[in-house]
Design a protein around this ligand. Structure first.
Ligand code: SF4
Length: 221
């Protein structure tokens, strides 16, 4: 399917409303978190970075005490340390990451988003929740005028991107460091998710993460 066709079916809005309740379980979890942690962000976490950039990084979902607390993707928990450190090393950010949305950090030529915008219990969105929020991911992708590369963090993000752009999993199997050409000509590069679990178990090392990011950067032209 061509992206022009997808754009006709995706909502015009690439960011969900602050009170989005399309996923009842996640909306209820937000309500519970609002009561338990009234100082947290507790809303769909918006994308962060440069909407005119060539690179879109797609994570899985906000962490309860990370992005759901701070309101910025990958900010406030371990995964952000590796991600933002790597972006800085590749010249894709400006300023110093201090795990706080007030740190003044800016992304250069790239935008960061999540496949599912609301924090899921135990970091696990259901299939229907991923599908529901994918309408925003599809709109986000089609809204980027200079997009050349999508960098997917983990298999779920990879598969959500494929579904969002109408590409098949069979033609584009997930593998760390793999690069795929999507029907629109945009490249998709895969990485294992930069979670604490993956780095603690050695599934993903900083070197492996830099390898995949280098591939994405190289395809940006
Ligand atoms: S996950 Fe996405 S679709 Fe579901 S309630 Fe949150 S913003 Fe809405």
């Amino acid at each position: 399917m061509l992206w022009a066709q997808i754009a006709m079916t995706a909502p015009a809005r690439p960011e969900p409303p602050e009170d989005c309740r399309l996923c009842p379980r996640l909306a209820q979890f937000r309500d519970e978190n609002q009561r338990a942690y009234p100082g947290f962000f507790n809303r769909p976490v918006p994308s962060f970075g440069d909407v005119d950039g060539q690179l879109l990084i797609v994570g899985l979902a906000p962490g309860l005490k990370g992005a759901n607390r701070t309101g910025r993707p990958f900010t406030g928990d371990f995964a952000g340390d590796l991600l933002y450190g790597t972006l800085a090393a590749f010249g894709l950010s400006e300023g110093t990451f201090a795990a706080d949305p007030g740190d003044g950090l800016k992304l250069r030529n790239c935008l960061l988003t999540n496949a599912v915008r609301c924090v899921p219990p135990e970091n696990k969105p259901t299939g229907p929740e991923s599908k529901t929020c994918r309408t925003f991911l599809a709109a986000r992708i089609t809204s980027l005028p200079n997009l050349k590369v999508i960098f997917a963090l983990g298999r779920i993000a990879h598969e959500s991107v494929l579904s969002a752009v109408g590409a098949t999993r069979a033609a584009h199997p997930f593998a760390h460091g793999a690069a795929h050409r999507l029907p629109s000509g945009v490249h998709l590069v895969d990485s294992y998710h930069c979670s604490r679990y993956n780095t603690n178990t050695g599934k993903l090392t900083p070197e492996m993460f830099r390898y995949a990011m280098a591939k994405a950067k190289g395809l940006m032209g």
